[in-house]
Design a protein around this ligand. Structure first.
Ligand SMILES: Nc1ncnc2c1ncn2[C@@H]1O[C@H](COP(=O)(O)OP(=O)(O)OP(=O)(O)O)[C@@H](O)[C@H]1O
Length: 264
């Protein structure tokens, strides 16, 4: 489903600020696989997602989605294929618009269509049904401004919005990091349910090794723009955080110097 070949991204090339954010990443993700992505600050996680969405152009390598080479495609051209939920609950929706208007826009994503037409065509009932599944009572608040919702409610709606279209790839960029632990757990459970029901090919970036093991079926760790390890299936079952640390040290020849990955 997703095929990254020798993907390399360098920022500020030729300046003292030159950063090799991705240094030749090879990654093949079959359709429907849920991959969790961990790594220290600056490891290249967001850049990997940005290269997938087309927000960052690689200097080398290719991005293939569903057998089509999309490396040269712009971000808007890829919008119908890939949806993303960000860390900031404010980033995925427009606070001045109502819940219904936000959902209508999301349903029309990737198509050339105005909000009015999107609203007319979109089924209000469909939105209500989807919102009902959240169990937050939002189905009775379709006309409320998005800005009135709490961070957790907003993130739950962002997740629904990201998966309204029949697209197949979901990118989650630390989408629960700004939420309190209980709300984060709720949004993670919702994520698992949506990913399973829609059989989405998913990459979830997280700062928590525990979370990375508890969700999905494969975990990759990025370190300095490269894949430090990649575990799936039987080899991943029963792994705990110390096992991931051991995998990292074995591959890198040194221990991980980032407590945040353990504490998250
Ligand atoms: N637009 C940009 N311009 C210049 N440098 C950038 C840009 N985006 C990312 N970088 C640099 O590229 C490297 C990788 O950044 P990236 O955001 O992908 O890391 P990350 O693993 O997502 O980190 P974090 O966990 O802190 O979000 C970092 O050194 C970062 O400073």
């Amino acid at each position: 489903m997703i095929e990254l070949k020798d993907l390399a991204v360098t920022f500020s090339r030729g300046t003292p600020m030159e950063t090799r954010a991705l240094q030749g990443v090879d990654l093949s993700i079959p359709a429907g696989q849920f991959v969790t992505v961990i790594g220290s600050n600056g490891a290249g996680k967001s850049t990997l997602l940005n290269a997938l969405t087309g927000d960052v152009q690689p200097e080398r390598g290719s991005v293939t989605v569903g057998g089509t080479d999309v490396t040269g495609w712009s971000a808007p051209a890829r919008a119908g294929l890939i949806a993303r939920v960000f860390q900031d609950p404010m980033a995925g929706s427009c606070e001045a618009l109502s819940i219904e208007e936000n959902m209508a826009l999301a349903a029309a994503r990737g198509r050339r269509r105005g909000l009015g037409l999107a609203l007319r065509r979109a089924s209000r009932e469909q939105f209500r049904d989807k919102l009902k599944q959240l169990g937050l009572g939002l189905e009775a608040r379709l006309a409320d401004r998005m800005g009135l919702l709490s961070g957790g409610q907003r993130q739950a709606v962002s997740l629904l919005m990201a998966t309204l279209q029949p697209m197949k790839i979901l990118l989650l960029d630390e989408h629960t990091a700004a939420l309190d632990p209980k709300t984060a757990q709720f949004v993670l459970e919702l994520t698992d349910a949506i990913v399973a029901a829609q059989r989405l090919t998913t990459l979830m970036v997280t700062h928590s090794m525990r979370q990375a093991l508890d969700h999905g079926s494969r975990t990759i760790m990025l370190h300095e723009g490269r894949i430090a390890f990649d575990v799936a299936g039987k080899a991943r079952e029963g792994l705990d955080v110390p096992d991931l640390l051991a995998l990292f040290s074995r591959g890198q020849g040194s221990a991980l110097a980032d407590d945040s990955l353990l504490l998250g």
